[in-house]
Write a protein that binds this ligand. Structure first.
Ligand SMILES: Cc1ncc(COP(=O)(O)O)c(C=O)c1O
Length: 382
């Protein structure tokens, strides 16, 4: 068991105590949402409803039925992409996407969807708004899909005016919020985001096996999965209504109960406070790494708006060896390509990849300092 977990960009750990308790209680209580009018079924129903309402509150949306539960962000992104696109459609995306976006897009390309990738600045990993807009306007575009913050370099993409611009142009905007949900204040209404995919298990601090897709009113998607929803069982047709249309099959009630507890924790603590705290840790981390002679840092500098993932390499040591040596010293980081080869190609770290360190809500400054000492001491391992 690692004592210092610095891999929160993969999944956050630990979770707030209330999350463990809620998962345990839901599993013991039993019952399946929408599947029975007995008391256990009603408790499960309420749990699902409460979790949706909390998501709506956190993301500034009034209608919670627009939040569709999925098992992770990948499923949410697949639902958005395969549910929306048809052969002949044109999609603009960036060179900073995770495989959860690039692989579905690659598969859609084989079905006649045109994909255009806008290149990022190789030093910061940030894509310029003007470049995105120019790519979108070159030929009629159906969808813009963009990662909010890079899971490799922490690069934050400029979403501020993109949503309203996309609406003016009639372009659907899909945002992969995997690295910002729960970590940055996000108001989906103010940002005019049409589709927003996120995991429940990273910054939202919920259990693995949870995620969601937000679908703005007026956006029509085909379901990817058909089946029982607990309502309108007489009909052979998949319901039209949200969220049932996209939620066939038994819910992950323990997972959603845990997510619900995590969302309450986030709302009580305040996402802005969480962000401010994490940025302090990230600054400590980046400034500390910059002092270590053999370290090469990538991505936005400490004083620019950014997410929490920090990538670096150590001269003369491959990333897997560095990861192994740190693990031996009780520090969990991730090494390699982080499921995002395009990001590494964009920033010159392909194919070797990087060492990625990602603090989380429960990380302390003392842990970051210990981490920095250990990276410095790797010199002796050369
Ligand atoms: C930017 C980004 N997109 C998508 C995903 C996929 O998330 P999940 O593992 O919840 O499917 C991740 C996970 O690492 C990610 O960082």
């Amino acid at each position: 068991m690692n004592s210092f977990y610095l891999d929160n960009a993969a999944t956050s750990h630990p979770k707030p105590e209330a999350v463990y308790r809620a998962v345990d209680a839901a599993l013991r209580s039993g019952g399946s949402a929408g599947r029975g009018s007995h008391q256990q079924g009603i408790v499960a129903d309420r749990e699902v409803f409460a979790t949706r309402e909390l998501l709506a509150q956190l993301f500034g949306v009034s209608s919670s039925e627009r939040f569709v539960f999925t098992a992770n962000a990948t499923q949410a992104l697949n639902l958005a992409l395969f549910g929306l696109l048809n052969g002949g459609d044109r999609v603009v995306t960036t060179s900073m996407e995770h495989n959860a976006v690039t692989r579905p897009l690659r598969a859609l390309q084989d079905r006649g969807v045109e994909i255009v990738k806008v290149a990022a600045n190789p030093h910061t990993g940030v894509v310029a708004t003007a470049d995105i807009q120019a790519a979108c306007l070159a030929t009629p575009t159906r969808l813009l899909v963009i990662n909010h913050a890079s899971n490799v370099f922490g690069s934050l993409q400029p979403l501020d005016d993109l949503g309203s611009w996309c609406r003016q142009q009639g372009i659907v905007l899909l945002v992969d919020g995997s690295q910002t949900a729960g970590l940055l204040p996000i108001n989906l209404n103010e940002l005019a985001i049409d589709l927003f995919a996120a995991p429940g298990h990273k910054g939202l601090l919920g259990p693995q096996g949870t995620g969601f897709l937000y679908v703005h009113e007026g956006i029509e998607l085909r379901p990817l999965i058909y089946g029982g929803t607990g309502a309108n069982s007489h009909s052979a047709q998949q319901p039209e209504m949200l969220p049932e249309r996209f939620e066939s099959g038994t819910f992950n009630i323990p997972g959603l109960a845990g997510l619900s507890a995590a969302l309450r924790f986030l709302l009580e603590t305040g996402v802005a406070q969480i962000h401010a705290r994490e940025i302090q840790l990230v600054q400590l981390l980046i400034n500390g790494l910059a002092q270590i002679h053999q370290v090469q840092l990538y991505g936005p500098p400490a004083d620019q708006p950014r997410g929490s993932a920090v990538s670096f390499t150590i001269k003369g040591m491959d990333t897997a060896t560095a990861g192994y040596l740190l693990d031996q010293r009780g520090i969990a980081v991730r090494t390699g390509l982080h499921c995002s080869p395009d990001s590494h190609r964009s920033c010159g770290t392909f194919p070797a990849g990087t060492i990625r360190v990602s603090p989380g809500f429960f990380t302390t400054a003392a842990q970051i300092n210990y981490f920095l000492e250990q990276v410095d001491s790797l010199k002796t391992a050369f």
